[in-house]
Design a protein around this ligand. Structure first.
Ligand code: CS2
Ligand code: MN
Length: 356
C-alpha cells in the first residue's frame, strides 16, 4: 500500500517540498490543468509534472482526474473524438509510469456542498452539505456558486446542458458509461493503468440529474459492466459514507480486487441527508476508519490511499478541503492505522514508508 497526497500542480500554494515532509507519504496525486476537459494533454506538461514529482521524492503514479467530457456522458456523436482523446491521454500517461487514473461520471457537477467553511466546535471549519439549501438552489440562476462547480459553463451553456440531460435517465447514463468503458478499459489494460471511478458525491441525485455510482448494488453493476481487473473504483469513504444506508465494509467485500485507489476521510451525518466533514480519525465522525482499512487489507488491497478533504485548522486558508495541515494529519493517521494493522503480519513488508 502507498500513501499519497493530492497536489494541484504549480498553481498550488502547497509545494512538493511541503508534501515531502509529511511522514508516511510516498507520492503525489495530480493532473495536467492546462488543457480544457476532453482535450489531449501535451507530452511536455505530463513530463514536467512527472519530473518535478520524482525530483522531490514523491513520485507521481496516480492521476486525479482525467475528466470525462459531458458529450461522452450524454452519448452524443462527438463522444467518439473525446473517447479517442481519452485513450491517447492514457497512452501518454503510461509513458511516465502512471499506474492508476481516477475519474468520475457525474453529470455537470462534481462534488456538491452548501457550505465551504462550516464552523466545527473546535474552532476549525470544514465543508458541509445541507440538503434543503442545495435543493432550494436554482442551478439556472447566478446565485449558484457551489464547490465542484465548473465556472467555465456560462449560464446559457449550463441551460443547454441541463436541457440535454433531461433525456438522460439513469439507464441511459449506464449505457453511455458502458460505451465509454468498453473502449477505454482495453487500452488501460494495455497501458497497465487501473481505472478507478469515483463515486458520486453526495451519493444521491440532485437537480434531477442522474447519478449512478452511489451504493453497493450499483457498484456491483458497474464492476460487471466491463468485468476486467482494470475496471475498478476509487473507494471514497466520505462520499459513500454520507449515506447512512451504505455499509463500507460490505462495499469493500463486494469490490474485492477492484479497488486500486482509496480516499480516506470522515463525515458526520447531522440529519437525514445533511452532513459535515470532520477530521480523519474514527472518533471524529461516523466512519470507522480502522474497520475500512482492515477490510481493505483483509481483502488483499495493495493500492494507493490518500487523505481526502481536510478541515481548515491553525488559521490556514486556501482551496476548500485541500489545505496542508489537516490533510497531513490525515496522512499520518492513515500511516498509524496501517502500521497497527500490519505490524505483526507479513503484510507490513509491502509498506514502502519512507524513513525520515
Ligand atoms: C475529489 C473529487 O475533492 C474531491 O472530492 O474526490 O473532486 C474527485 O477528484 C473527482 O470526483 C474524481 O474525478
Ligand atoms: Mn473523494
Amino acid at each position: 500500500m502507498k500513501i499519497t497526497f493530492r497536489w494541484y500542480g504549480e498553481g498550488d500554494k502547497i509545494s512538493l517540498s511541503d508534501i515531502r515532509q509529511i511522514p508516511t507519504v510516498d507520492g503525489v496525486v495530480t493532473a495536467v490543468y492546462d488543457t480544457p476537459v476532453g482535450g489531449v494533454w501535451s507530452g511536455e506538461s505530463i513530463k514536467k509534472l512527472a519530473v518535478a514529482a520524482r525530483k522531490n521524492g514523491v513520485p507521481w503514479e496516480v492521476v486525479e482526474s482525467v475528466p470525462v467530457h459531458e458529450d461522452i456522458k450524454l452519448g452524443l456523436p462527438s463522444a467518439r473524438t473525446y473517447i479517442d482523446n481519452y485513450k491517447e491521454n492514457l497512452r501518454r500517461l503510461s509513458a511516465v509510469g502512471i499506474k492508476c487514473v481516477c475519474y468520475n461520471f457525474m453529470p455537470v457537477f462534481d462534488w456538491l456542498r452548501s457550505e465551504l467553511a462550516f464552523p466545527l466546535e473546535d474552532g476549525s471549519n470544514a465543508l458541509a452539505y445541507k440538503h434543503e439549501s442545495v435543493v432550494g438552489m436554482n442551478p439556472l440562476t447566478s446565485e449558484l456558486s457551489l464547490p465542484g462547480w465548473d465556472a467555465s459553463y456560462k449560464k446559457d451553456g449550463l441551460k443547454t446542458l441541463l436541457t440535454r440531460y433531461r433525456a438522460v435517465t439513469d439507464e441511459v447514463l449506464w449505457d453511455n458509461l458502458k460505451a465509454f468503458l468498453s473502449e477505454v478499459i482495453p487500452v488501460a489494460g494495455e497501458c497497465g493503468i487501473k481505472m478507478a471511478i469515483h463515486p458520486d458525491d453526495p451519493p444521491w441525485g440532485i437537480f434531477g440529474l442522474p447519478r449512478i455510482i452511489t451504493n453497493i448494488g450499483n457498484i456491483e453493476r458497474f464492476l460487471r459492466l466491463v468485468d476486467d481487473p482494470y475496471n475498478g473504483i476509487t473507494l471514497c469513504t466520505g462520499s459513500l459514507g454520507a449515506a447512512k444506508e451504505n455499509n463500507l465494509t460490505d462495499i469493500i467485500k463486494t469490490a474485492k480486487g477492484r479497488i486500486p485507489f482509496v480516499h480516506m476521510r470522515n463525515v458526520k451525518i447531522t440529519g437525514g441527508r445533511d452532513f459535515c466533514e470532520t477530521a480523519h480519525p474514527s472518533a471524529c465522525g461516523d466512519i470507522d476508519m480502522y474497520a475500512v482499512l482492515k477490510a481493505l487489507l483483509d481483502g488483499g488491497f495493495d493500492g494507493y490511499v490518500r487523505p481526502d478533504h481536510g478541515r481548515m485548522i491553525w488559521g490556514e486558508s486556501g482551496r476548500p478541503g485541500y489545505g496542508l495541515y489537516d490533510r497531513a494529519l490525515g496522512a499520518a493517521y492513515i500511516g498509524g492505522l496501517y502500521e497497527a494493522l500490519t505490524k505483526s503480519d507479513s503484510r507490513d513488508k509491502r509498506m514502502k514508508m519512507r524513513l525520515p
